[in-house]
Ligand binder design. Sequence first.
Ligand code: ADP
Length: 241
Amino acid sequence: MNATMLLEVDGLSKRFGGLQAVNQVGFGIEEGQIYGLIGPNGSGKTTVMNLLTGELPADSGTARLAGDNLIGRKPHEINRRRVARTFQLVRVLGGMSVRENVMLGRLYGAEPTGKGAAMQDAEQLIEEVGLGNLAEQPAGQLTYIDQKRLELARALATRPRLLLLDEWLAGLNPTELQVGMQLIESIRDRGVTVLMVEHVMHAIRRLCDRVVVMNAGNRIAEGLPEEVLADPEVVRAYLGE
Ligand code: ADP
């Protein structure tokens, strides 16, 4: 095993009835990197995320986090191994305040803690993601970008080593996109490894150290963003969408 790899995925497969949604997919993510998972709609990206977080059982394959296989484990067991995710459709608890949402992440995270420490951590994270003046607001009253910030703070509150972002930048306007990209960089800079499913190509180019491309369940390319985005097979896959 390569000692610098945080996550090593190998032979990952998932079938839905007659559809091979994920077919023997493999890739490796080095600790401290931002890794992109891209491909046309329906290529199997979200299914890969769901397999990695235990939300779906895999048919076969392994996903070793620092050597420890995540496949076959339940979502809470995977979360305890310091893997967190955000969802394509934001899932915050609308009736609770920003602070309460983030504290819940901390209280149910990998390193359980007391309420005082959770509160302190929550304040810091709320500040970091740019929600400093909105801590008391009910989450349901936040704007879209602020709900996204909150989702990020809540995921970070669980103290992940690996953070999975499922189209976290989707739906942001150009100004918000700049802020969003900086936030992802700051997460990487605090030592969290990131796996991001994303359609915003200039974000992939700017943020990702490496990228894996899927099409119809198969891995069709892997490498540096500029390499894979220039790969004729990748271009064909996107044009065929
Ligand atoms: P992507 O995230 O790349 O858009 P998905 O992983 O969501 O792709 O889907 C891959 C394929 O699997 C699609 O054809 C989709 O319709 C199918 N699929 C995804 N989830 C399910 C499910 N729970 N049951 C049946 N088919 C599914």
